[in-house]
Design a protein around this ligand. Structure first.
Ligand SMILES: Cc1cc2nc3c(=O)[nH]c(=O)nc-3n(C[C@H](O)[C@H](O)[C@H](O)COP(=O)(O)OP(=O)(O)OC[C@H]3O[C@@H](n4cnc5c(N)ncnc54)[C@H](O)[C@@H]3O)c2cc1C
Length: 569
């Protein structure tokens, strides 16, 4: 017999609709149930406890999610750490800057996010996260050890707002998400949050009126949990060239979970269920639907996150009619710098033309590269002066070369297929680009650079005519596995901007269901840079928790609601 293929790509099922609340045997209950115990989940849990609600959090694996793997940077303005560093930043300047970058949320929400960002940092500090005030002023994706405040976006290169370093990096060595999450988890457990690990939520439970009243989980037996965790750990953004092996591990985990005794448990939520289950970064089927280029290039890309980023939270929301938006929005990093000198070069596509200013934010460069022909073909062309200046920056001090931000650049130069030509024409031929077009591109660029202007708006400080042969081309193509492009999708469920309730395509609220973090469309879903996503998990997690803790069944809507600006796709 033919089976109807599931409409869902993750391991989720249609909701269970109850005739009455006692139609199922509830295994456990709480006021608020949180699906996913990563960044948004832990923030929601702490906030719900502050509001006096009992909380049960469940996680497919051990918790922590992408947040614990992350750089631990939180974006905020007007904080005491900035003040200590001598920056009198304000929420207003932060707002002006974020507006200029673009966001799917309406101005009221963005303003609230900015106004409360300093308080959010204090709130995190209260629960044990440590921040610092040593500033790193250079342009960089992530600061070296010892620096805890930096410019994560393009603040210094825009004239829309007074610049200030707003990236608050958690204190610690290396990527410090591993120092950000544990104190929050400890605080949550210490404050009475109960956590069930190795408990993937498979479906939502709704009452006859459509209000979400609980979840149905698969309970992984205790004796199998270590094996479950071991399979999960095979997906790790810090493992080099792991795109292919990650997919094998995902399939292994699906089979492992399917082969277990079918033990399902119903958990009852008296006030609300918060979906905080992360993004869909490890769901290739969803990429096939929304961003096919990632499906083609997954072996070469570094997908940020854990195996838990499987899109199941997003799809659980759609099982009860949740709308989706920004599902094709992608954050792809393509760092031209470090070394800083490489920003002086020109980035060209297969047609031999420039397509974005080279000093744009690395996430915008990556996105633009992914949209170029020949599956994201892009090379940065440098002359002798800029190439060797960059190499020297990477090589000295020696620790730069072996740092986790310097090493990828070195590997790309050595292994990415770097080309050299005595002339631009010769270089173009080696790149299989029309030599006439590339020559014209360089000629125009040089002429403008000589006058201190640029057709794409590159800053004067980064303009340098390219005149000294030989010329070099470094491979910035999406499919270059030595390019180490980090990728994360930023779309998700549409959510009411006042309450965090999941909304339907028509904007109406789904009672009892909330979404936060990367399961929902958030502040960072249009234009993301370091720190904004975690800041959004705190903001949206706390927002959902406040609303869920205050919710009484049968009461939907809120007179203070602000309609969401997000466009439903
Ligand atoms: C290497 C790296 C560096 C980064 N650096 C930064 C940074 O410095 N600053 C920044 O702002 N952003 C950064 N990001 C992005 C940021 O970490 C994430 O976007 C953000 O932390 C996501 O938080 P979340 O709560 O939505 O999801 P997560 O933290 O991923 O949590 C989701 C949880 O849900 C669980 N889950 C999933 N499905 C289910 C289910 N069906 N049932 C139960 N549980 C489920 C998962 O196991 C997981 O624990 C980085 C990401 C990476 C990977």
């Amino acid at each position: 017999m033919n089976k109807t293929p599931s409409a869902f790509t993750a391991n989720v099922e249609l909701p269970l609709v109850l005739e009455n609340d006692d139609s199922v045997k509830w295994h456990d209950e709480a006021d608020v149930i949180i699906v996913g115990f990563g960044g948004a989940g832990v923030a929601a849990a702490l906030q719900a406890r502050e509001a006096g609600a009992s909380v049960l959090a469940v996680d497919r694996f051990s918790g922590g999610g992408a947040t614990a793997m992350s750089g631990g940077v939180v974006y905020a303005g007007g904080t005491r750490y900035q003040h200590e560093a001598g920056f009198l930043d304000t929420a207003e300047e932060m707002f002006k800057y974020l507006v200029s970058e673009g966001t799917p949320v309406n101005d009221k929400t963005l303003r609230d996010f900015c106004d409360t960002s300093s308080e959010s940092i204090e709130w995190l500090t209260k629960y044990g996260v440590k921040f610092g005030s040593t500033v790193y002023s250079e342009r960089i994706a992530y600061p070296p050890d010892g620096y805890f405040l930096y410019y994560t976006g393009m603040e210094k290169f825009r004239n829309t707002a007074k610049p200030a370093p707003r990236g608050h990096r958690t204190v610690g060595k290396g990527p410090t998400g591993r120092f950000y999450f544990p104190p929050l988890k400890e605080a949550a457990l210490g404050n009475g949050v109960r956590l069930m690990t190795h408990s993937p939520v498979r479906r939502l439970v709704v009452d006859a009126q459509g209000c979400v009243v609980g979840v149905d989980i698969q309970a992984i037996p205790p004796e199998k949990q270590a094996e479950h965790a071991a399979i999960c750990s095979k997906v790790n953004p810090y493992k080099m060239l792991n795109g292919g092996p990650a997919e094998e591990a995902i399939a292994e985990c699906r089979e492992f979970e399917a082969a277990l005794p079918p033990r399902r448990l119903f958990l009852r939520a008296h006030r609300g269920v918060i979906l905080a289950a992360g993004s869909y970064n490890y769901n290739l089927q969803l990429f096939g639907r929304y961003r096919p280029i990632v499906l083609k290039a997954f072996r070469e890309l570094v997908r940020g996150g854990t195996m838990g980023c499987d899109g199941s939270g997003i799809e659980l929301g759609t099982t009860v009619g949740g709308g989706l938006s920004h599902m094709d929005r992608l954050f792809i990093t393509k760092p031209l710098s470090p070394p800083n000198s490489f920003v002086n070069g020109i980035l060209v596509n297969a047609e031999g033309r420039r397509f974005i200013t080279e000093d744009a934010y690395l996430g915008n460069v990556g996105c633009a590269v992914s949209e170029q022909s020949r599956e994201g073909f892009a090379w940065v062309v440098l002359d002798r002066t800029t190439f060797w200046k960059g190499v020297r920056e990477l090589a000295w001090p020696l620790k730069n070369m072996f740092s986790w931000y310097g090493l990828p650049a070195v590997l790309n130069i050595l292994l990415g297929g770097t080309k050299r030509g005595k002339s631009i024409r010769e270089l173009a031929t080696k790149l299989e680009i029309d030599p006439d077009v590339l020559e014209a591109t360089v000629r125009d660029y040089n002429a403008n650079a000589g006058r201190g202007t640029d057709a794409l708006g590159k800053l004067k400080m980064h303009l340098a005519p390219m005149s000294k042969p030989p010329f070099y081309a470094l491979n910035m193509s999406l499919r270059n596995k030595w390019g180490f492009s980090g990728t994360m999708p930023y779309g998700g469920l549409t959510a009411d901007e006042t309450t965090g309730n999941v909304t339907r395509a028509d904007g109406s609220i789904i009672e009892g269901l909330y979404a936060a973090g990367r399961t929902a469309v958030g502040i960072c879903s249009e234009s993301n840079f370091s720190g904004l996503s975690i800041a959004d998990t705190v903001y949206s997690g706390r927002r959902a928790a406040r609303a869920a803790a205050a919710h009484s069944r049968g009461v939907i809507g809120d007179s203070t609601r602000t309609p969401s600006k997000a466009i439903v796709s």
